[in-house]
Design a protein around this ligand. Structure first.
Ligand SMILES: [Zn+2]
Length: 245
């Protein structure tokens, strides 16, 4: 018998919960970076099912409690809305494991004006900011980041920079519900330790020109209910019309 590994065991349990929530979808998807692939992690499906989210966040809390001591952390820090819901549930579970519930801080997306590099025109972008007096309350605190689904790791990096820009704040690791690009996203690339993804699973992706499913759209229609499939199909239609003209 191999040695019992709590992290591996909890990943297996989490995968079953995610499947029950219908959070891992199969089909022909277009991702944010225009890549195509045959699976999609729908983070909002677990948020919609509080009884399943309770189990998933319990597992995330257990990974954290096994790695760090209650004295190592003052607050859990996340991005609203999904990350902050997960962090709040984790904090509740830590009461039972640590006898302490870390505080909660969350950043919110606010619009900012940026210059479009291609056109030189101004455009609206979003950035993460602290509201609700959090900018005062986090001073000097040790914050553990909590994320939902990690693709590029961009949100974790943004949260790390944001929290770290306040006086005396120390970022002490990060947890995630699901890391779908473990080959590219790890403690080293994120610059956070410990890095605790509950589920780590590489989902394959290909460039549209190399996508086998695109060869047979009748059999593998592009899903437009998630990801960027609708936009991709609209662009495809414009190309088709241009070619026929
Ligand atoms: Zn495709």
């Amino acid at each position: 018998m191999g040695e019992f590994n709590g992290f591996v065991h909890r990943q297996k349990m989490a995968e079953a919960h995610l499947e029950e929530a219908g959070a891992v979808l199969e089909g022909h998807f277009v991702y944010a970076a225009e890549d195509h692939g045959n699976a999609y992690v729908a983070k909002d499906e677990t948020i919609k099912r509080p009884e399943i989210l309770a189990r998933i966040t319990w597992l995330m809390a257990a990974n954290l409690a096994e790695t760090l001591d209650p004295d190592d952390i003052d607050m859990l820090g996340a991005a609203a809305p999904c990350g902050s819901i997960i962090a709040a549930r984790m904090s509740e579970h830590l009461e039972g494991m640590w006898g302490k519930t870390p505080g909660l801080v969350f950043a919110e997306k606010v619009p900012k004006i940026a210059i479009d590099e291609a056109t030189g025109e101004p455009k609206i972008e979003e950035e993460l900011k602290l509201k609700r007096n959090f900018d005062q309350e986090i001073i000097g605190k040790r914050i553990h980041i909590v994320e939902d689904v990690v693709n590029s790791g961009m949100t974790v990096l943004q949260l790390k920079d944001l929290f770290g820009s306040f006086r005396g704040v120390e970022v002490v690791g990060a947890s995630a519900e699901y890391s779908r690009t473990p080959s590219a996203v790890n403690a080293e690339t994120l610059g956070v330790s410990p890095w605790l993804p509950l589920v780590e699973k590489e989902l394959t992706k290909t460039k549209p020109q190399d996508c086998d499913m695109c060869e047979d759209l009748e059999q593998f229609p592009i899903r437009t209910d998630r990801g960027h499939g609708a936009k991709f199909l609209a662009e495809l239609a414009v190309w088709d019309a241009a070619l026929k003209a």
